[in-house]
Write a protein that binds this ligand. Structure first.
Ligand code: ADP
Length: 592
């Protein structure tokens, strides 16, 4: 990464820390400053005390210096204790805000991005890298460390600068200290750069490895796989493949540790040589005279601190630059554009409910794929019609619904509502016409009523009537808390478990709740037995007179109540017609 880009990421990181929690960042810097400066108080005053004692100054002067040392250290420590407790409270708020901004982004991004495997991978990678401390944790750590190091460098320089001005100390001594520092600093920077690059490569490998490991482990541990593993004697095959991969990964990690240790050794040696050198130079300078005894103690402590903190600050900068590689990826998640949902037109409210939807030569390819999921779809239907879509798995039926609901925009062609491209409508306005039950719906473990109403507050009677309409009435009567019963155990441990078919009915009730003009069901009876399915279709027919119902279903029972049947195959509308025309073709046995 170029230096200019490094600073760009750092600037953004600084802005981000302030947006996540300004108070935490400020307290972190203040606390680092106070805990660093406190160490210099005794160094400064003990030099004064030693010199006063040697100069046989009045005892009050000595007592004053001692009292000042104790008083200032006490005051600084007290303030810092208060700041630290505030800081730790702010830290919880900061992590909560960070988590939330990450989740908020997931909810706000276009649906296409959520389904995009590249985005899934990016999210996984960022999570994994954050778990190992990269991104925000290291960023705050670097801010804290750097604030402390800058404080110490400034204080050490202020207390040492007089050493470099001393005429009694030969220039070669002073140059030796500066040169030793510069060499050690450069070597350490070089070594850190090398080992950080090594760590980054290993981290990338570790993300890949973790994805594979999770896949292996979830398969091995899932009870469903237990049967296959035993029946087909797959233990050695599956377990062995996993262990072989893990062995490679482990060996690579070990090799990395050796390389890092090999770099750490000369760095540590050079550091030690530097410290010895500084001691030697200072002792020689003291022997030459011209420095007070108190000042020698102060110079020794301060030059050592200066050297140590210059080296640590260099290391912090290097680590921060390294973390910038991760932060860049972290921010790229927030930068995923959302070009959907930008329309602003309101949907015309018509008393005669005369709406029609038109697909005009629509073709669609999922992002990052080569083949078309839908091709040249031309279709027009009026609100009020009952439409059945049939076709083999993978023929494009669900994709058709996703385009209709603007989860994706067509790659080619356009979809129109009353002659206007649906992209031009305000998204929420447009979606207010539709209620959709996808096959892969998901219910959160809230109260039944909350789930159906999609809200924490709900009208109990309306929820109950929607559940009854969705054929969930008899099950509702058995529920101990009625519409206040929690589902599943995720939120409340007394929550009730429900079957796949029951969940499907609740999802249908949720769709009814909105009282929308168009109801879309994607295989709503997939988890239902034949009797429940017949009842459900009959209910749908009775309850939705005058509304559009679009249903993806292979069942003859629904096809019978549809006005129109579309047959989709390989992304194209293969055939279409009225139920009278289509039923004999599709279900000859049932019509014969
Ligand atoms: P159906 O509902 O008829 O079973 P879909 O509309 O779900 O079929 O899928 C149509 C085609 O699009 C299939 O080839 C499927 O693999 C592909 N597809 C579906 N969803 C995605 C996706 N998120 N990314 C890439 N391809 C997809």
């Amino acid at each position: 990464m170029k230096l200019s880009e490094q600073f760009q990421v750092l600037r953004r990181a600084a802005r981000y820390t302030f947006s996540v929690n300004r108070k935490y960042t400020i307290l972190l810097i203040m606390s680092a400053f106070l805990s660093s400066i406190v160490g210099y108080v005794p160094i400064y005053f003990s030099a004064k005390v030693i010199d006063s004692l040697i100069a046989k100054a009045p005892v009050e002067t000595v007592i004053l210096y001692v009292a000042l040392t104790v008083g200032i250290v006490f005051a600084v420590n007290l303030t810092n204790t208060y700041i630290s407790s505030e800081k730790s409270a702010a830290s919880s708020a900061m992590w909560r805000n960070e988590d939330w901004s990450y989740s908020e982004k997931a909810m706000q991004m276009a649906y296409g991005s959520i389904e995009d495997p590249e985005v899934t991978r990016l999210r996984y990678r960022i999570r994994r890298e954050s778990q190992t401390g990269h991104n925000l944790y290291y960023l705050y750590q670097h801010i804290e460390q750097f604030a402390g190091q800058v404080t110490k460098i400034t204080a050490s320089t202020a207390l040492t600068v007089s050493f470099f001005a001393l005429p009694s100390v030969p220039v070669c001594f002073k140059l030796a200290i500066v040169a030793g520092l510069a060499i050690t600093l450069m070597f350490q920077l070089y070594a850190t750069k090398k080992t950080n690059a090594l760590d980054r490569d290993f981290m990338a490998l570790s993300v890949d490895m973790n994805i594979i490991a999770e896949h292996f482990l979830s398969y091995i541990e899932h009870y469903g796989a237990g049967k296959d593993i035993r029946l087909y004697d797959m233990g050695e095959f599956v377990g062995g493949s996993y262990l072989a991969l893990d062995q490679d990964y482990w060996e690579r990690g070990l090799k990395n540790s050796y390389i890092k240790a090999a770099w750490a050794l000369p760095v540590a040696m050079l550091n030690t040589v530097l410290k010895f050198g500084i001691y030697a130079v200072l002792i020689c300078a003291a022997l030459q005279g011209g420095i007070t005894t108190g000042s020698i103690a102060r110079y020794v402590a301060c030059i050592m601190m200066l050297a140590e903190n210059l080296l640590s600050a260099a290391k912090t900068i290097q680590s921060a630059f390294d973390n910038n590689h991760y932060l860049k990826r972290y921010f790229s998640y927030f930068d995923i554009p959302n070009n959907m949902y930008q329309g602003s037109l309101t949907v015309e409210k018509r008393d005669d409910a005369e709406y029609y939807v038109e697909f005009r030569n629509v073709s669609f390819r999922y992002p990052n794929t080569d083949s078309y999921a839908l091709r040249n779809i031309d279709l027009r239907f009026r609100i009020g019609e009952k439409l059945a879509i049939v076709g083999m798995n993978g023929s494009g039926k669900t994709t058709f619904i996703k385009l209709l609901c603007r989860l994706y925009d067509p790659t080619e062609g356009e979809i129109l509502l009353n002659g206007v491209n649906i992209q031009k409508y305000d998204y929420d306005e447009y979606m207010s016409i539709f209620s959709v039950v996808f096959q892969d719906f998901s219910l959160f473990a809230f109260q039944l009523g909350e789930i159906v109403a999609s809200s924490r507050s709900f009208d109990e009677d309306r929820v109950r009537s929607c559940l009854i309409k969705a054929n969930f009435g008899s099950r509702l009567d058995e529920m101990p808390e009625g519409v206040h019963t929690y589902l599943y155990k995720g939120y409340d441990r007394s929550g009730m478990e429900i079957s796949g078919g029951e969940a499907q009915k609740i999802a249908i009730a949720r769709a009814y709740m909105g009282e929308r003009d168009v109801l879309i069901f994607d295989e709503p009876s997939a988890a239902l037995d034949p009797i429940a399915e017949r009842e459900l279709f009959e209910r749908i027919r009775q309850e939705n007179q005058g509304k559009t119902v679009i249903m993806i279903s292979h069942r003859v029972a629904f096809a019978r109540m549809a006005d129109r049947i579309l047959v989709v195959d390989d992304g194209r509308i293969q055939d279409e017609g009225s139920k009278e025309e289509m039923l004999p073709k599709l279900f000859p046995e049932d019509c014969g």
